[in-house]
Design a binder for this molecule. Sequence first.
Ligand code: PBG
Length: 329
Amino acid sequence: MNFPVTRMRRLRRTEAMRSLVRETHLQSRALIYPLFLCPGEGVRKPISSMPNVFNLSLDEAVKEAERCAELGIGGLLLFGLPAQKDEQGTGAWADDGIVQSALREFKKNRKLDSLVMMADVCLCEYTSHGHCGVVARDGDHFHIENDASVELLAKTAASLARAGADVVAPSDMMDGRIAAMREALDAGGCDQIPILSYASKFASAFYGPFREAADSAPQFGDRRSYQMDGANRREAMREIELDVTEGADMLLMKPAMPYLDILREARERYELPMGAYQVSGEYSMLHAAFERGWLEPQRAMMESLLSIRRAGADFIVTYFAKDAAEVLG
Ligand code: PBG
């Protein structure tokens, strides 16, 4: 039926009518808030490029986590800034590592029971060179060794799970890491801990502010030999396929807004639960516009999250989690 029998505006007439036919909904339970843990006490260090985001010492992180639980947020994604970095990133799998210690503390706190504690698994915050794996130097050249890195990453995943992580989330993009992590988790008695794989993570300029927050900028070179080329949609599907066959339990797509087509295609092809990471640069970019009065903060924030949800994400990792949960009530 065409106009004038069909008039699309009939169902847009009132807010009550619009609510009735709304296809996509956001909920606080499906938002994950990233936390950056740092050594010390009483530390709440602002990240200059990310308004309202901080490096938090454990005591401050506990307060922040309690606030997230009160707001009904679904979980936290934990990153650690170790006191010391080294060539291998040994802090990543230390039993008393920064995230391991926080997890043990969080797991004793009954007020945090409603939060799914996710631990990011990567070496870049722990290595002196800032790469996500083991660096092999050869004169002026260098490369990131895949298999040696996978071994360390698997050890890290097992260590985080042992410390109490409910989910481990590898973000390194080495080949074969999911199978190696599954094996290490199972061998370590953590066969109930799921792997949320950053299955198709693109080498993106939008991670810039995060590298300030996590102090993880590569000291030389870039991440293009392990993270994906932003031009490649088919390759992203192959990456996901491999992670699925290696035993990933859930997928995390990243970045989100510049890659909504990848999210949509992954949603249509795969049955696994899927999250999307609205990364630091997406957050900073919106905040920069808010500060200039160029965008309406609340509406733009909610619309950005809705776009990610509509593209197919079940849950969203976002620095807006607290602000959005306040709006959602
Ligand atoms: C670690 C990691 C990064 C992000 C999540 N895990 C940085 C990177 O790959 O350089 C980025 C998150 C963000 O930008 O918010 N490898």
